[in-house]
Ligand binder design. Structure first.
Ligand SMILES: C[S@@+](CC[C@H](N)C(=O)[O-])C[C@H]1O[C@@H](n2cnc3c(N)ncnc32)[C@H](O)[C@@H]1O
Length: 213
């Protein structure tokens, strides 16, 4: 099943940025700026973006941590990572590194990162995968490091809401609908200072959470 999803994303990677720009009307990348600004990262920090896709959030994080920092963009799709690599090259982001791996098997030592982000992907993780991924994020974060999770908000209008449920049906996990309403309490079991807010576009919500001592 996950190899089918990987294949889907390998193919989707060719048109992903184009579709996202038009679907979300997020031409200026304001959503990506919104998530990275909430990470509280400083110059020289190390950050991880899981399910990085074409690396849009990772590229913003790279700007935030600067040339002396380090950002890892992690994804299981080779196609997505190739697009992310092109982006890093085009923007001359030498501090951005790309790794092919699964979100529930992070190939990093404990407490490696000051911040971890995940944008519009966590609801897709199946079954135990999501629970283990949350534990993995907590493991690789340093104490007081911040996890910023951005997910789709349920659209108010009828047609977009229908399309949203169609997407959940095909791409989300069985409990994706439930997860998308309960992110804060789920993260609250593993993290402290969990807080949610709507994005300026009104189409996404951001949950930030910190690792306790
Ligand atoms: C909807 S895209 C989001 C991409 C990016 N975060 C963004 O906001 O544009 C979901 C991404 O998650 C990746 N993905 C899905 N399940 C994964 C898993 N179990 N491990 C690693 N990556 C995964 C897919 O390959 C895809 O690139």
């Amino acid at each position: 099943m996950s190899s089918l999803r990987r294949l889907y994303y390998d193919l989707f990677s060719k048109i992903y940025d184009f579709i996202i720009r038009h679907h979300s009307r997020d031409i200026e990348g304001s959503l990506r700026t919104f998530i990275t600004e909430n990470t509280n990262l400083s110059k020289g920090d190390r950050a991880l973006d899981i399910c990085t896709g074409t690396g849009s959030v990772a590229a913003k994080l790279a700007g935030q941590v600067g040339e002396n920092g380090l950002v890892v963009g992690l994804d299981f799709s080779r196609g997505m990572l190739e697009k992310a690599r092109e982006k890093a090259f085009r923007l001359n982001l030498k501090q951005l590194h790309l790794v092919q791996a699964y979100a529930d098997q992070l190939p990093f030592k404990n407490s490696s990162f000051s911040g971890v982000t995940c944008s519009h992907a966590f609801y897709e993780l199946k079954g135990e995968e999501r629970t283990i991924a949350i534990d993995e994020v907590a493991r690789v974060l340093r104490t007081d490091g911040r996890f910023c999770l951005m997910e789709h908000a349920k659209p108010h209008k009828r047609i977009p809401r229908l399309l949203f449920y169609v997407r959940l049906f095909f791409l989300g996990s069985k409990d994706a609908k439930k997860f998308l309403g309960e992110e804060e309490s789920i993260l609250g079991k593993r993290f402290k200072n969990v807080a949610g807010q709507m994005s300026p576009t009104g189409q996404s919500k951001l949950i930030s959470a910190e690792k306790g001592g």
